[in-house]
Design a binder for this molecule. Structure first.
Ligand SMILES: *Cc1c(COP(=O)(O)O)cnc(C)c1O
Length: 362
C-alpha cells in the first residue's frame, strides 16, 4: 500500500489538480454550509445552481465564447456524442465530412454508418498508421458539418492548427485536449469532450454547441438524445451528474484563478511536452511514434528498442512511483499522458528516470 501520491501519467481517467482534490475532500461532508455533501443535495437547489452556473460561466470566459454558444453537460461520454451528432444534424439525403486520424475518429464514423447516413471520409492518415495529421483536405461545401478529432489520445497526434472548411461548421472531439490551449471558436458548430481526460472525472461530457446547429435538430428524436432538450433545460431536464459537474467547476476555477487562463496553460503544456520530446529526439534509444509536425502536447507516445525493454521500462517506472506509462492496449509501446493537471515537476521526474533508464539499458 502506498502512503504517497504517485506521478500520474494515466490517459483517462487521468490526474486531477491536487488543490481540486483537496477542496473536494475538505468540503465533502459539509458543502458550502449546507450541512450535506454535494452528492446529497438537490440538483434544483440554490447550492447546485451556483455550481453549474459557475462551471458554464468559467467555460465561456476561458474559451472566449459569445452568446451564440451554449455549454451543455450530457452523460454517456464522448462515445454517445459519436451517435448523437449524426442523429441531430444529418437529415435525409444529407452528408457530413469526417477526417479519420485513428481509433476515435473511426468510431465516430461508424456511428454515422450504423444510422444508414453518409460520412464522407475526406482524409485519413491510415496509410502511415495514423502517425500524422493530414493537410490540404478537400472538404465538401455541401457537407452539413466537418468532423475532426483534435487530439488523438492513442496515437499521440494533435492538430496544431484547425483546417479551413470554408464555412462548413467544424465539429470536434476535444476529449483529450479541451482547455489545454486557446483557439478561435468561431468556425466550430459543436465541440465535445468526455471530462475524464482534461477537465474532471468520468460520467459527464461537455458539449459546446452553436445556436445555428440547434436549428437542425429534429423534434422526432427521443428527449434524452436531443441537444435541444439539454439546451432548453440548461442541462437539467433530468438529474445531471452533479458530482462530476462540481469537479469540473473546481478544475475550471483552478485553471482560471490559479493557472491564469489558457494562454498560461498552453505555455506550461508546451514546456512539459518539450522536455519529453527532447529526450526522445536526443538519441536512438527512445523513438517517437508520431511525425514531428503532428506531435501531441497531451499524449507523448514512444517506443523502446524492444518490447522486452518496454515492459521493463513500464515496470521499473512503476517501482519509482511513475504510473500509467503503458501505451494503449491496441498499439503497445509507451505513452506519457501529460494533461493540464500533470505539473512540470512530474515531467522532470519522468525525464530523469528516462535518462537513467537509457544509461542502464542502452
Ligand atoms: C477517451 C476518448 C474518447 C472516449 O470517451 P468516452 O467518454 O469513454 O466515451 C473519445 N474520444 C477521444 C479523443 C478520447 O480520448
Amino acid at each position: 500500500m502506498k502512503e504517497n501520491r504517485v506521478c500520474n501519467f494515466n490517459a483517462g481517467p487521468a490526474a486531477l489538480p491536487l488543490p481540486v482534490l483537496e477542496e473536494i475532500k475538505d468540503s465533502f461532508l459539509n458543502f458550502n454550509g449546507s450541512g450535506m455533501s454535494v452528492t446529497e443535495i438537490s440538483h434544483r437547489s440554490k447550492w447546485f445552481d451556483d455550481v453549474i452556473n459557475d462551471a458554464v460561466a468559467r467555460t465561456k470566459r476561458l474559451l472566449n465564447l459569445d452568446d451564440r454558444f451554449r455549454v451543455l453537460f450530457i452523460q454517456g461520454g464522448a462515445s454517445l456524442q459519436f451517435c448523437m451528432i449524426p442523429m441531430n444534424f444529418l437529415g435525409q439525403g444529407q452528408s457530413a465530412d469526417y477526417v479519420n486520424t485513428g481509433t476515435w475518429s473511426a468510431k465516430a464514423i461508424k456511428e454515422v454508418q450504423i444510422q444508414g447516413k453518409t460520412a464522407n471520409v475526406v482524409a485519413s492518415s491510415e496509410d502511415k498508421d495514423f502517425s500524422y495529421i493530414p493537410g490540404n483536405i478537400p472538404f465538401n461545401s455541401d457537407a452539413v458539418y466537418a468532423h475532426i478529432t483534435s487530439n488523438n489520445t492513442i496515437k499521440g497526434t494533435q492538430w496544431a492548427e484547425f483546417p479551413d472548411t470554408k464555412g462548413v461548421p467544424l465539429v470536434s472531439d476535444m476529449s483529450s485536449d479541451i482547455m489545454s490551449r486557446p483557439f478561435d471558436v468561431n468556425p466550430f458548430g459543436l465541440i465535445y469532450a468526455g471530462a475524464q481526460k482534461n477537465i474532471g472525472p468520468a460520467g459527464v461530457c461537455m458539449a459546446i454547441i452553436r445556436e445555428d446547429m440547434l436549428e437542425k435538430v429534429p423534434d422526432s428524436l427521443p428527449s434524452m438524445l436531443k441537444y435541444t432538450t439539454f439546451s432548453k433545460k440548461d442541462s437539467m431536464y433530468n438529474t445531471p451528474p452533479c458530482f462530476a459537474i462540481y469537479t469540473i467547476q473546481l478544475v475550471l476555477k483552478w485553471l482560471e484563478d490559479t493557472v491564469g487562463g489558457l494562454e498560461k496553460m498552453d505555455g506550461i503544456n508546451r514546456k512539459k511536452a518539450d522536455v519529453l520530446y527532447s529526450i526522445i529526439d536526443s538519441g536512438d534509444f527512445y523513438r517517437g511514434t508520431a511525425e514531428t509536425g503532428s506531435r501531441s502536447l497531451m499524449n507523448v507516445t514512444f517506443r523502446l528498442p524492444s518490447e522486452e525493454l518496454e515492459k521493463k521500462f513500464i515496470q521499473t517506472a512503476l517501482e519509482n512511483d511513475l504510473g500509467g506509462l503503458k501505451g494503449h492496449r491496441s498499439v503497445g509501446g509507451c505513452r506519457a499522458s501529460i494533461y493540464n493537471a500533470t505539473g512540470l515537476e512530474a515531467i522532470e521526474t519522468l525525464a530523469d528516470f528516462m535518462k537513467t533508464f537509457e544509461k542502464e539499458n542502452g
